[in-house]
Design a protein around this ligand. Structure first.
Ligand code: ATP
Ligand code: MG
Ligand code: MG
Length: 551
C-alpha cells in the first residue's frame, strides 16, 4: 500500500504535509562527495532520497559535495552520474555542485565576520586540537579569538588572495569553546588549500568545510528534508546554527538514519580505494566490489538493488545486514527473469558411441520453465559432448545422483545415456567417457530401469568456448572492519576469484550481449562480462542457486 508511510522519514514528511510545513513541498537531495565510486551503502541513501521525492511528488537533487578538491575528480563524478541513472533515478534540473555556491558561501563567511561571529585563527593544527578539549573537558579560547572585525576581514581577504600557506590559518565560527557538543567549539569553516578544483579551476585557494557548506547549499536549493546518516546527528546543532545565523533563503532541516553495513565486505570509500590502489581487486568495478558498478558488472539488476534497499528498511538503529539478503534479492529477480542455458564449467569429453559422427539432432528446451512467453531455445545433440567433470565419479559414493561406470543419467532435455567405458591417460586421469544413448527416452522415462539423475551438457562441436569467473566473498570474515587490533587487509579472501578457462556454453549464447544474464542450469546465475571479445566470451557468476536440482 503506497499510501502508507513506510519508514520514520516518511512519517515525518506526512506530518509536515498535514501541517502545511514548507508549503507542502518535499525537496530532498543526494549529496555524494566525488572522491570514489558509489557503493551499496550509497544505494540505500539514493533509494531513500529519490524514492521519497517520487512517493510525495517532490523533487530530488543530485549535488556533488565538492569541497575537498585534492581528493576529487571528474572520473568519480562521471561514475556517480552513471550509477544513479543505472539504478533508475533521475534528478531534478541540472546536476548541482557545492562549488556553484562558493561565491555565496564566501559572502556568508564575510557576513559572520562582520557580525563578530567568525574569526581568523592562527593556531597550528596541533595547537587547535589541544585547545579543543575533550568529551569530558571544555575547550579553551584561542588567543586569536578576539581579533577585531577589521583585522579578521583583512586576514580573511589575504587568505583568499593566496598570501598565506596551507595551514597558516583558518576561519572559525565563534560559537562556544565550552559547548558540550564538540562540533560547536568554534568549528573551522574555511581552510586554505592551494589545489586546482575540478569545477572552479584555480579561482579559489580557500575552501569551505563540509559543515559550513552543507546546510547552506540545502537552503540555497530549497531542500526541505536533508537526510543523512547517523554520524551527522552531532553536527545537527551546527547545521541549525548556520541556518539561524546567516541570511539563508530557506530553513532546511536535517534528519538522520542508520547507515547500511553489510557483512563480508567493507563499505567505506577510503578502504575500497585502498583495495583498488593496491590492486587487491581489478578496479572499482571489479565484480567482487560492493560498489554499484561492481555489482552491475557482477550481474546485479537495478531492480534487485532497489528491492534490497526496500527490504532492509530505514531506521535509526545501526546494525549489520547479512550479505545473504543482497544475494537473495538478485536471485529472486533472476529466477523470475533470466533465461535458462547450459554451460559446462570444467568439461570432460563424453562420446556417444551410437550417434554417428556428423549427425545432429536439435532439441527444444524452454527458455524459462515458468514463463512460456520467453520462448524456446534449441540445443544440438551430437556424438561429441561435454559434461561437468564433477558429474562423473569412477567410484561413486552411496546415493550418487550423477554418472558413474555402467550407470545411467538423463542429459537435461535430451536422452538418458549409460556410461560404458572410461578412458584414462598415462597418469590415470579420466580424459574421456564413452556412452550410448537410449532412443526411447526423449521426453519419456525408461520403463525397465531408473536413471540416477539429470545432468547438464553441451555439444562439443556446437558450443561457445568461454571463460567463466566464479566469485566468492571478498573477505573471509563477517566483519573485516570490526577488529581494532587487526587490519581489514588480513581478512581478504585469497580465493575470491576462481577462473574456469575451458568452459563451454550452449550455442545459443554465441552472440549474447554484454550484461545479459542467464541461469546456467544447476550452476547459478551468470552474466556476460565486458571483457568479452569477438573471439572469447567471458561470463561472471553473479550468485549460486539456492537449491541446485538433481545434484
Ligand atoms: P564513505 O564513508 O564511504 O566515504 P561518505 O558518507 O563519506 O561515505 P558521501 O559521498 O559523503 O560518502 O555520501 C553521500 C551520501 O550517502 C551521504 O548522505 C551519506 O550519508 C550516504 N551514505 C554513505 N554511506 C552510506 C551507507 N553505508 N549507508 C547509507 N547511506 C550512506
Ligand atoms: Mg561525506
Ligand atoms: Mg567519506
Amino acid at each position: 500500500d503506497s499510501s502508507k508511510p513506510t519508514n520514520f522519514i516518511h512519517q515525518i514528511i506526512e506530518e509536515d504535509l498535514k501541517n502545511g510545513v514548507n508549503d507542502g513541498k518535499v525537496v530532498t537531495r543526494f549529496p555524494p562527495e566525488p572522491n570514489g565510486y558509489l557503493h551499496i551503502g550509497h544505494a540505500k541513501s539514493i533509494c531513500l532520497n529519490f524514492g521519497t521525492a517520487l512517493k510525495y511528488g517532490g523533487q530530488c537533487n543530485l549535488r556533488f559535495d565538492d569541497t575537498n578538491p585534492e581528493k576529487e575528480s571528474q572520473e568519480y563524478i562521471d561514475s556517480i552520474v552513471s550509477d544513479v541513472r543505472w539504478l533508475g533515478f533521475e534528478w531534478s534540473g541540472d546536476i548541482r555542485y557545492t562549488s556553484d555556491y562558493f561565491d555565496t558561501l564566501h559572502e556568508w563567511a564575510l557576513h559572520l565576520i562582520n557580525e563578530g561571529k567568525a574569526y581568523v585563527d592562527s593556531l597550528s593544527a596541533h595547537e587547535m586540537r589541544e585547545y579543543r578539549g575533550t568529551l569530558t573537558e571544555p575547550g579553551k579560547n584561542s588567543p586569536y579569538r578576539d581579533r577585531s572585525v577589521e583585522e579578521n576581514l583583512d586576514l580573511f581577504e589575504k587568505m583568499r588572495a593566496g598570501a598565506f600557506d596551507e595551514g597558516d590559518c583558518v576561519l572559525r565560527a565563534k560559537i562556544d569553546m565550552a559547548a558540550a557538543n564538540i562540533n560547536l567549539r568554534d568549528p573551522v569553516i574555511y581552510r586554505i588549500r592551494k589545489a586546482h578544483h575540478h569545477q572552479s579551476g584555480d579561482k579559489w585557494c580557500i575552501y569551505p568545510s563540509y559543515d559550513f557548506a552543507h546546510g547552506q547549499s540545502d537552503a540555497l536549493e530549497g531542500v526541505t528534508h536533508s537526510i543523512c546518516t547517523l554520524e551527522f546527528e552531532d553536527h545537527r546543532p551546527l547545521y541549525d546554527w548556520f541556518v539561524e545565523n546567516l541570511p539563508v533563503p530557506a530553513k532546511p532541516r536535517q534528519y538522520e538514519f542508520a547507515r547500511l553495513n553489510l557483512n563480508y565486505t567493507v563499505t567505506s570509500k577510503r578502504k575500497l580505494k585502498l583495495l583498488v590502489d593496491e590492486q587487491k581487486v581489478n578496479g572499482w568495478n571489479d565484480p567482487r566490489m560492493p560498489t554499484i558498478s561492481g555489482l552491475r558488472r557482477r550481474g546485479y539488476t537495478p531492480a534487485s538493488i532497489r528491492n534490497f534497499c526496500d527490504m532492509i528498511g530505514v531506521t535509526r538503529s545501526n546494525g549489520i545486514v547479512d550479505m545473504g539478503m543482497l544475494e537473495a534479492a538478485v536471485r529472486e529477480d533472476l529466477d523470475a527473469n533470466a533465461p535458462r542455458a547450459m554451460c559446462v564449467l570444467d568439461p570432460i569429453k563424453l562420446t556417444i558411441t551410437n550417434m554417428p559422427e556428423g549427425e545432429l539432432a536439435w532439441f527444444e528446451l524452454p527458455a524459462h520453465p515458468k514463463d512460456e512467453a520467453m520462448g524456446i531455445r534449441k540445443v544440438p545433440f551430437t556424438r561429441n559432448l561435454l559434461i561437468e567433470r564433477e558429474d562423473f565419479a569412477e567410484v561413486p559414493p552411496k546415493k550418487w545422483k550423477r554418472l558413474a561406470p555402467g550407470e545411467a543419467v538423463r542429459l537435461r532435455g535430451a536422452y538418458v545415456i549409460r556410461c560404458e567405458e572410461v578412458v584414462l591417460d598415462e597418469t590415470g586421469e579420466v580424459v574421456e567417457l564413452k556412452a550410448s544413448f537410449d532412443p526411447q527416452t526423449h521426453g519419456a522415462n525408461p520403463t525397465d530401469y531408473k536413471p540416477n539423475g539429470v545432468i547438464h551438457w553441451v555439444s562439443a562441436d556446437n558450443a561457445v568456448p568461454c571463460e567463466v569467473r566464479a566469485y566468492e566473498r571478498l573477505f573471509t570474515e563477517p566483519n573485516p572492519d570490526g577488529d581494532k587490533e587487526r587490519d581489514f587487509h588480513e581478512f581478504i579472501n585469497p580465493e575470491s576469484l576462481v577462473v574456469y578457462p575451458r568452459a563451454h556454453a550452449e550455442i545459443g549464447l554465441k552472440h549474447a550481449a554484454v550484461e545479459s544474464r542467464y541461469q546456467f542450469e544447476r550452476q547459478g546465475y551468470f552474466c556476460v562480462d565486458p571483457d568479452t571479445t569477438e573471439n572469447r566470451m567471458v561470463f561472471n557468476r553473479t550468485v549460486g542457486l539456492r537449491d541446485s536440482w538433481a545434484k
